[in-house]
Design a protein around this ligand. Structure first.
Ligand SMILES: [Ca+2]
Ligand SMILES: [Ca+2]
Ligand SMILES: [Ca+2]
Length: 400
């Protein structure tokens, strides 16, 4: 019974170790010395996990140190490993420092345009190996600067931590002066792909795993939703999240990235996403400003149209009465902003050729008004008094 239990434990241990070891993906690079690998090495013979020209099976192999392999290519390898470029590089046979790597050469004619590239996937590569490249002495080695590309981080920078290789780890994002983790809530293929593309890979391999961050680490992002068109993860969600997260560190995203022929190569470099976080917030602000201006213009248009109508309507309160009088036909012109509105039939003041009933009889008739029945015609100033017309008191007529 004990024997059976031991076998089971051994099997589970082997399975666990095997599972744990499966964190290398197409394009993963590592540095080895005398055939041994350690994640702490910043210098060594370069190996890459790749396919060969005759087989699609992924395997570890060396990179040929040929005439096109120089500081640019060495620096890109160091960048992919998370180090800040290469201080030296060369062929394994020229130094005793890193021993001999007996693996077959798997990549030749590596040619990088820029030393700011993040991965070898952004360079041109060949799986056809020249006969001059098959010797182990032509395996390329690099010695990287020990400073990390995230040692002087920018807001929105991401990195993979805690994995066996640089292409896999707990996804961490920098903001508020601290590295924090990303909650797996709502994280899917598109989000994982955008994160890998920010890191210079074309695609993701996994976004699950158990690489919980420490309790002292903030969980910066939750419910991340990226658009597939984003080149930087920083565009997806402001950091820290605009919403309060409801996550535990056991939900931290563990991300694996790979070279894929199904997606276009990432064009990101060391500095591409440097201002993505601020651009992201700036574009939010610009969006808010544009939204505000559009709303203001809309409100103005509505007011320009409705205010004159309202004024016309208000002025037209007397329309009923005027209409009943049947005599009113005045034009009121209201100047309102850019448009003048003319209202017909509405009036604020009704003028009549005749005094209306209830008028003050003591008020003298106006010039040009026909005298009303029962109302004595008023002599006009300068007119001679008419016979039989008594001088009016207070009318200012000179005594007769
Ligand atoms: Ca070799
Ligand atoms: Ca979750
Ligand atoms: Ca959540």
């Amino acid at each position: 019974m004990m024997g059976l239990l031991s076998v089971l434990v051994l099997f589970l241990t082997a399975l666990f170790c095997h599972t744990n070891a499966q964190t290398q993906y197409r394009g993963t690079v590592r540095l080895v010395r005398s055939g041994f690998y350690s994640s702490t090495y910043s210098a060594g013979i370069v190996e890459i996990y790749y396919t060969t020209s005759s087989s699609s099976t992924l395997r570890w192999g060396n990179i040929c140190y040929d005439s096109s392999f120089a500081s640019t290519e060495a620096s890109v390898i160091c960048n992919q490993l998370g180090y800040n470029g290469a201080s030296t590089y060369g062929r394994a046979g020229s130094t005793l420092l890193y021993g001999t790597d007996t693996l077959a050469t798997i990549l030749d004619d590596v040619n990088c345009f820029s030393s700011s590239y993040l991965t070898l996937e952004q360079c041109s590569l060949s799986t056809f190996i020249k006969s001059s490249c098959t010797s182990d002495s032509y395996d390329a080695y690099v010695s990287c600067y020990t400073t990390r590309i995230w040692n002087n981080p920018y807001s929105g920078q991401i990195r993979l931590q805690g994995g066996t290789y640089s292409s896999y780890g707990r996804l961490e994002v920098y903001c508020n002066g601290q590295w924090g983790t990303v909650c797996d809530d709502s994280v899917g293929a598109t989000d994982a792909r955008v994160a890998c593309r920010q890191l210079g890979y074309s695609d993701y391999s996994t976004y699950t795993g158990n690489l919980a961050g420490s309790s002292s680490q903030p969980i910066w992002l939750d419910n991340v939703v990226c658009s597939s068109s984003y080149s930087c993860f920083a565009y997806c969600e402001s950091c820290p999240s605009s919403q309060f997260h409801n996550c535990l560190h056991s939900e931290d995203v563990a991300l694996g990235c790979e070279f894929s022929s199904f997606y276009t190569t990432s064009t990101n470099t060391l500095s591409t996403c440097q201002y993505a976080d601020s651009i992201s917030s700036a574009s939010d602000s610009i969006g808010a400003i544009i939204g505000g201006v559009v709303a203001a213009v809309f409100i103005c248009i509505v007011l320009i149209i409705t205010i004159p109508i309202c004024i016309c309507c208000c002025l037209g309160v007397g329309i009923g009465a005027a209409a009943r009088g049947g005599r009113s036909s005045t034009r009121t012109t209201v100047v309102g902003g850019a448009s003048d509105v003319t209202c017909t039939g509405a009036t604020s003041q009704t003028t009549s050729a005749y005094p209306q009933s209830g008028y003050d009889a003591s008020y003298p008739p106006q010039q040009g008004y026909a005298p009303q029945p029962g109302y004595p015609p008023a002599p006009q100033q300068g007119y001679a008094p008419q016979p039989g017309y008594p001088p009016q008191q207070g009318y200012g007529y000179p005594p007769q």
